[in-house]
Write a protein that binds this ligand. Structure first.
Ligand code: SER
Length: 312
């Protein structure tokens, strides 16, 4: 098996490439991103997912058989630049699916997001089948991508799989342009001994997950027996939910003089459309999803790593 990871230099991609290389060996992984990467532990190919010719030639040249398609603009970046979000998230996903179908890729895994939800979505313990109606370009393009994945499965027999991530907490690679990024920024400021000005209100509750659990879930789904999957591209996974105020209190247990002020900006409106918690039951039943890290363990682990960063 030879695996292509798009968006390989991003927050999830960086850690997924490491985990996949550990599991399948460095030579089985090809990392691909629009940003060039000088130091890569695996074969790195620079490419824009909007360029189908380039994507197809990489797949052919490298003998790719499985794709993790991660390249995407997140919610806040998408609202700042809707055209770019449409291009990367929509055309990019279309190109990956067409290339996968034409070049007989055996499996395509595409993470989705709580961004697919909108103001009409229920708030608590939301199951995968519910009202979505996203209002952000990120949400619109990611929801359409879920549906396209299902379409390619039904129509062409392409084995597409995906899950909706909550906000992801990690310390190795900085997040870029998300609304849930406040949580990482807050912990990073605390670890540096600095105060933090939060761009969401103190009581904005959102579902979240620590990166090691997010990576395990994606790999688990990618390996699941196809016959056991009752859903295709929209499994829910989530570990816990918290507000900025609760995160501040948790951090204060370890760093007592940590200070946070609140100045909500345009990202508050995005967060207000998302659920407070997700129901991950179907992922648990169908392919064994579970989380190792709870809220306190995640904050403790994040802070200890942020305080002693790995030299690059
Ligand atoms: N972390 C993402 C964002 O905030 C949500 O999937 O945009």
């Amino acid at each position: 098996m030879k695996i292509l990871v798009t968006g390989a230099s991003g927050q999830v991609g960086t850690e997924l490439v490491t985990a996949l290389s550990r599991k399948y060996g460095n030579t089985s992984i090809v990392a691909c991103d629009i940003k060039s990467q000088k130091k890569s532990s695996v074969n790195f190919r620079e490419a824009d997912v909007r360029d189908i010719g380039k994507i197809k030639s990489i797949i052919e040249e490298e003998g790719i058989s499985r794709i993790f398609h991660l390249a995407a603009l997140l919610s806040a970046s998408g609202e700042k630049n809707p055209e770019a979000a449409f291009g990367v998230n929509m055309i990019g996903t279309w190109n990956i699916l067409i290339a996968a179908r034409d070049l007989k890729i055996e499996r395509v895994i595409i993470p989705s997001t709580i961004g697919v939800f909108g103001p009409d979505t229920p708030k608590i313990n939301v199951p995968p089948t519910t009202i979505v109606r996203p209002r952000t370009m990120y949400g619109i393009t990611k929801y359409a991508s879920e549906l396209l994945g299902e379409y390619f499965f039904q129509k062409f027999g392409l084995d597409c799989r995906g899950l909706r991530y909550p906000g992801l907490l990690s310390y190795l690679s900085p997040p870029g342009g998300g609304t849930t990024d406040y949580a990482i920024e807050m912990m990073a400021a605390a670890a540096r001994g600095e105060p933090y000005e939060c761009f969401l209100k103190e009581n904005t509750r959102l579902p979240m997950m620590y990166m090691p659990d997010a990576i395990s879930a994606l790999i688990q789904l990618s390996e699941a027996d196809s016959g056991k999957l009752k859903r295709r591209t929209d499994y829910h996974v989530s570990s816990f939910s918290f507000t900025p105020g609760e995160l501040k209190n948790e951090i204060s247990k370890l760093i007592p003089d940590f200070q946070v002020t609140y100045r909500p900006d345009f990202r508050q409106q995005i967060a207000d459309q998302w659920p407070e918690s997700l129901d991950s039951e179907e992922a648990s039943v169908d392919w064994g999803f579970h989380s190792e890290y709870g809220f306190s363990a995640t904050v403790g682990d994040m802070l200890s790593h942020l305080k002693s960063p790995i030299p690059s």
